[in-house]
Design a protein around this ligand. Structure first.
Ligand code: G3P
Ligand code: CA
Length: 242
């Protein structure tokens, strides 16, 4: 099971910044997770919220500012003065820094589907080797975005995020991906009580299994026993074996 640092090592560094991503690699995480929005000029950038207020104090939507304007903002200081000066990374900047053999999980937030492919295509084309070797996975809560991604990038490995069991098909498909579900696996909230029959059926369908955001190290063995592939946590230091 791979240990994935949620928004980077966001328990101890400002989320979705190079400080958090570098800390994750230093701690020995197998991968990092990041959230994607688009700037006003269509550049995929790593930030969780659609609004800038929580992280920067600025009252504006992410998609109302250009990349140049967004790069002026400080997304580190809120976590501590010594993180001041951290800037919003672009997806491409992050892709370039993923060490060999490590994983990047990209969660596409509620971006308009028609804007997604044109913005991502040039970036993914430049890093196609990462997609082919399954070192980059896409995830979303939004099925329409997953369909859009699959039709534009058929080689992409994708996960559907499920915060409720009702997000899953009533009958688990015999094989994933399939006509009804364009994904290779499911990312479950750690809060869910997932029936064994559900994970058994998914495993039989060849599904990848991921869980987020698990911060309790006592639960690690449960997820291993249930054959999960990825555990996404704010605190990789609690899970990685030194
Ligand atoms: O890894 C999935 C998880 O990140 C989804 O929740 O709100 O942290 O993006 P959120
Ligand atoms: Ca996320």
């Amino acid at each position: 099971m791979q240990i994935i640092a949620h928004r980077g090592a966001s328990g101890t560094a400002p989320e979705n910044t190079f400080a958090a991503f570098h800390r994750a690699w230093e701690l020995g995480a197998d991968g990092i997770e990041t959230d994607i929005h688009l700037s006003a000029d269509g550049v995929p950038i790593c930030i969780h919220d659609a609004e800038l207020k929580r992280l920067t104090g600025v009252r504006a939507r992410v998609d109302s500012l250009t990349l140049a304007e967004l790069k002026q903002l400080d997304v580190g200081r809120w976590k501590g003065e010594h993180f001041a000066g951290e800037r919003i990374p672009t997806l491409e900047e992050v892709l370039k820094t993923v060490p060999f053999g490590k994983t990047l999980l990209i969660e596409v937030k509620d971006v308009p589907p028609r804007k997604l492919s044109p913005s991502l295509a040039p970036v993914l084309k430049r890093h196609s080797e990462l997609l082919a070797t399954r070192r980059v996975l896409f995830m979303s809560f939004f099925p329409d975005l997953l369909w859009e991604m699959q039709s534009s990038f058929p080689d992409l490995t994708q996960l559907l995020l499920a915060e409720k069991l009702s997000r899953l098909p009533a009958k688990i498909p015999q094989r994933l991906p399939c006509d009804a579900l364009p994904v290779h696996g499911i990312g479950f909230s750690h809060k869910l009580e997932i029936p064994a029959a559900t994970t058994d059926a998914l495993l039989a369908a060849g599904s990848i299994l991921a869980v987020w955001t698990e911060n309790d190290p006592d639960r690690k063995s449960t997820w291993i026993d249930r054959e999960f592939d990825y555990l996404i946590t704010d605190h990789p230091e609690r899970f990685v074996i030194p």
